[in-house]
Each structure stands twice: as C-alpha cells, then as structure tokens.
Design a binder for this molecule. Structure first.
Ligand code: KIV
Length: 260
C-alpha cells in the first residue's frame, strides 16, 4: 500500500490490515502475504526486550529495527513509532523523525493529541507523514496494571473525539485507536475522513492492527480480549497471517466478544 492510497481505501470501504514487525524475516513474510502496512512498534520494548512497558525503547533501537524491517519490504507501508521522549519539542522531533525516514520509514507514529500540536505541525510542514495514536497510550503506562479501556466516560470520550478531529485538521494521515469502546471508535471513524486503525476498538474502524507476537500466540500470560491467536486454527505462520488479513478485510475480526 502506498501512502496516497490510505484515503481511497476508506472511501471504498476497503479495510486496512496492519501488523507489527521488528525483524527482516517476519517483515518479509508479512510483505509477501499481502499485509497493507507494517508497524515497527515500540511494543518491541515488551516483546523483544522483555520490559513491562515501552518507555525504555530508545531512538537507537527504533532506527535499528526500522532499517532491518524496511530493507525486507517491497509493498507494505512502513510506519515507525517515535519512542518515548523522542518528540518533546518540535526540533528534536523533526531530527528524530528524519532519522527514522532516512532509515526506511514512510510514516512516523506519535502518541497523544493537542499536547503535541506544534510537533505534529512541524513534522507535516516538513513533509513527514504522521500517524496519530489515541485512546490507550502505551507510553504513559508505567505499571502493568494500568492497561485499561479508555473513553468510557463522557469527558474522556469527548476528549478522544476532539483530539481525533484536531489531528485530522493538522494533516495527520491515519489514526490508531487503542482500547476504546467500539461505539466511540465508530463515532470517530464516521466523523473524520482519514482512516482509523483499531486495536481493541471494535470492527467499525477502517483497519486493524495487532502485535504480531500476540496474534501468533508467542506472548505469554493472560491476553487482552482483543487478541486472537490466529495460529490456533492454522498450520503455519503465513497461513495465520493470511487468515488475519482475510478476517479483517471481511470485517469478521474483531468479533463483538473481542471488543469493548
Ligand atoms: O507499539 C505498538 O505495537 C503499537 C500498537 C499496539 C498499535 O503502538
């Protein structure tokens, strides 16, 4: 998928499929299987580095993983997370985002809304494509018990709506919505013209993303309800990825019981 196709997918009600990758082999497999977008997520802090949150991931880590993933891909849109504390002011954000782009990213992802307006304006005015991320923001999580559904009460739901509209007006290309009730994600997806990509946000989003290690059953411990192990019903990793792509495209993943 090309960046220019994002809005077309939404206009044509074609769902966008995205999974995370951190290494060349998985990236190549995803790319060959026909995934639309690959996210080099700072979830690598947890699934690769074994930490309990994403806050220790450095720019150096992100540059390394972005470059090895990007080199392995021909078709997928490559999105790289800007790690914790890498976008504290516009100039520092611009330098870091440029480094990610120079290492193969086609878009960078930033968690949060209005508090990052100046950073986002600076990146976009310097031709850097930006993906927003609202709802649960993993970079704000310090302890494992803090992973909770966001936007359940009226004020926090309104703040997610306002921030979504603001991010669109700033020129953000696509918006990840994490761990929010499906009716809120539906409302946001109907209100903005840029695509929403949900994770734990129901199937009315314009696309879906999962952490690849979660959907292949590699991650240990109790999984959130939005994680489905696609390898359970398939006999290979590429069949599991194909099944994920098909279910997202057909709108059967996530089901109601996999949503909030
Ligand atoms: O880091 C990551 O993998 C992410 C996804 C959970 C959206 O941000």
């Amino acid at each position: 998928m090309k960046h220019s196709e994002l809005k077309l997918y939404k206009q044509n009600s074609q769902k966008i499929t995205c999974l995370t990758a951190y290494d060349a082999s998985m990236a190549k497999l995803l790319d060959n299987t026909g995934i639309d977008a690959i996210l080099i997520g700072d979830s690598l802090g947890m699934v690769i580095q074994g930490d309990i949150n994403t806050r220790s991931v450095s720019m150096r880590d992100m540059l390394y993983h972005t470059s090895i993933v990007a080199k392995a891909c021909k078709n997928a849109l490559i999105i790289a997370d800007m790690p914790f504390r890498s976008y504290e002011d516009p100039q520092n954000a611009l330098n870091n985002a440029r480094d990610l782009i120079d290492n193969g990213a086609q878009m960078v992802k930033i968690e949060g809304g209005i508090e990052h307006s100046e950073v986002i304006k600076t990146l976009i005015s310097n031709n850097i494509n930006v993906c927003g991320h609202l709802g649960l923001q993993p970079q704000l999580i310090v302890h494992s018990g803090e992973y909770k559904v966001q936007g359940r009460d009226e004020d926090s739901a309104q703040s997610i709506i306002n921030n979504s509209v603001l991010l669109e007006s700033l020129g953000v290309s696509v918006l990840v919505l994490e761990c929010v009730p499906s009716n809120l994600a539906k409302l946001v997806s109907e209100q903005i013209k840029i695509p929403t990509i949900g994770i734990g946000a129901g199937n009315d989003c314009d696309g879906q993303v999962l952490v690849s290690f979660d959907m292949l059953g590699i991650t240990s411990g109790k999984q959130p309800r939005f994680v489905r192990n696609f390898l359970n019903s398939q006999d290979s990793i590429s069949a599991a990825v194909k099944s994920y792509i098909m279910e997202v495209k057909e709108g059967t993943f996530p089901s109601e019981s996999e949503s909030y």
